[in-house]
Design a protein around this ligand. Sequence first.
Ligand code: CA
Length: 256
Amino acid sequence: MIDTEKMPVVAFRDDELPTIKSAHSDSSEFEQIMRILVVEDEKGISNFLKEGLEEEGFAVDFAGDGRKGLELASVNDYDLLIFDWMLPGLSGIEVCREFRKLNQTAPVIFLTARDTVQDVVFGLEAGANDYIKKPFEFDELLARIRVQLKSRTGEQTLLKLGNIEMNLDTHRVFRGPQEIELTPKEFSLLEYLIRNKGKVCTRTNIIEHVWDIHFDSDTSVIDVYINFLRKKLNPNRKEEELIHTIRGVGYIARDE
Ligand code: CA
């Protein structure tokens, strides 16, 4: 006789998954975790930013020189990047220019002690979205970060995938006329897949954005959640499968 009470794997909830830790409080459990890269060579400023941004619920990576910064910016998927202007290796301007050459559109904010009009123009021409002058107040930087993130995600509150509609305001999901009940993690996972509709989402992308943990962690939990999601979105297997598996890589959401 199998005692299902002792088999958490049969029906575990978000908070029972052993390898998953949420850095977030309950109030933000539905939100996507925004990832920020900070490229800054002054330890004092890096530490100050790390503490402040993490407290605000952002996931933050750091690089202490331009080359390392460009490398991280090229391989990872950040929602926003903060570049110091004067850096060893490559300058913030050079990093930004190279980053834009990779067709990356994530917003970039410059931190700079330089503030002549010409410098600012130079920075914006290199592809920066905004700049902030050192020394700065953390609250001002935070406000500028929020403006950039908001204009990037827009005011879009209704996301669609085929006949699936998710309302980010009410947190309700419908497939056709049928409402689908999702847990907060399933909701975040579906939101991430739909926001990236038509693009392959690697397990690493997913785990970093939906769970806020790094890629050296076990990513098999993603497959478990994808299965939960598929079953809920298509309980009788009568609907089209809109979340497709890309073998060995990850998943892709498509309208058909
Ligand atoms: Ca510097």
